[in-house]
Design a protein around this ligand. Sequence first.
Ligand code: NDP
Ligand code: 2IT
Length: 449
Amino acid sequence: MEQIFSSIVQRDPEQKEFHQAVHEVMESVRPVFERNPEYRRQAVLERLTEPERVIMFRVPWMDDQGQVYVNRGYRVEMNSAIGPYKGGLRFHPSVSLSIIKFLAFEQVFKNSLTTLHMGGGKGGSDFNPKGRTDAEVMRFCQSFMAELARHIGPNTDIPAGDIGVGAREIGYLFGMYKKLRNEFTGVLTGKSLDWGGSLIRPEATGYGVVFFAAEMLAHAGDSIEGKTCLVSGSGNVAQFTTEKIVQLGGRVVTLSDSSGYIYDEEGIDREKLEFVKRLKNIRRGRIREYCEQYPRAVFTEADPELGYNQLWTHQADCAMPCATQNEINEQDAKNLVKAGVRLVCEGANMPSTPSATEVFLEEGLLYGPGKAANAGGVAVSGLEMAQNSMRLSWPREEVEGRLKHIMKSIHTTCVDASAEYGMEGNYLAGANIAGFVKVVNAMLDQGLV
Ligand code: NDP
Ligand code: 2IT
């Protein structure tokens, strides 16, 4: 294992986030290799960690003043053993090949857990949509799709949203794809309802996070009702995580963005959440403006010098990180334990550093890793694809019912896999092992391709 890992590091020494994601999975699946010596001979780890295809391309675009910019576009098609490549697109200045490879790698196992037939991929660009006009974002999306279109398709690779890519961007991307291919087809998910989107897709990731948390709590004889929750982020996942917690009788006291966080001791109720949705999705404002509207809440500016995030120091029962990778470090994890938190359920992808995760496991917290807990988003994307193929739309209750059922079955799968390998209560090991075994067996069935 060590040898394989060090050759992965040597091959691409700068891809720190990718190494982090790979290392975590490799640690979890060690006992699976002991039971299946064939896996070694078949070099399944080497095959899983080398993307089937990496596409990198130039994205030239023009701002409203006529200034030209060049960004870099990516699509990493990681693994198609159990279905066509599926995964989101991220537009954020921090995007690099390492970030997209880590996300694509996580996606392979996550999609495997959903019970649907989807392989793993991820893409995006280092384009920063913040402060850009709709016309600028449209031109960027059109230029991005002008290249991406030749690599994707409804049976090949189906992108969706992620950080910086929401309904507006999916619309512009879809329009360009349709024009280039002269084809109206389900090539993207997260589409608007009027032209092929699924009900509940916008809500799905956040709702799924809370369904997963509720399953973990129920398994431990508890429920979300009356629980105080710390939520980070204020985008798609954070908003609908908050919405479902409130619906189930919990209380959310924090939200954040990259500038800082708000603490509202009275709880973010339905009305306040509607304000946040308008603020972030329509006005594209900053979370600090929450305190202008609700002056009893407190805004604390992000202070990278501090070495920890004050958001994670508030007294609470549960924490749902819904912003970005590595947002909880070891100190944050210790602060959460000190603050009384007993459940961490990840809406973001890889939000906890390896040493933070270690703290959660050592302290015996209920810890739901992102690839299990946030799989509701891609699961409903899978349901959107199914509806597109049938050319009909299911009602809200049907999609939400299916989402709930899928999250329940992911929970059971994690519990069963961790028990099978003698690691009861370790959802991280359970998710990695179950996701891994299904993909690897499919790869072996299909021969050396
Ligand atoms: P959005 O773009 O809607 O929101 C992202 C939020 O996270 C914003 O509040 C943003 O603040 C904050 N954020 C982003 N980058 C940073 C950073 N470097 N430091 C601090 N805050 C940051 O994205 P989503 O809600 O869709 O995604 C959030 C997380 O959930 C990501 O990890 C994503 O991969 C994951 N996820 C998303 C799914 C989906 O269906 N959308 C599915 C599964 C996982 P600011 O505005 O200041 O940048
Ligand atoms: O990380 C993720 O699972 C997503 N951004 C959603 C992917 C999808 O295809 O819906």
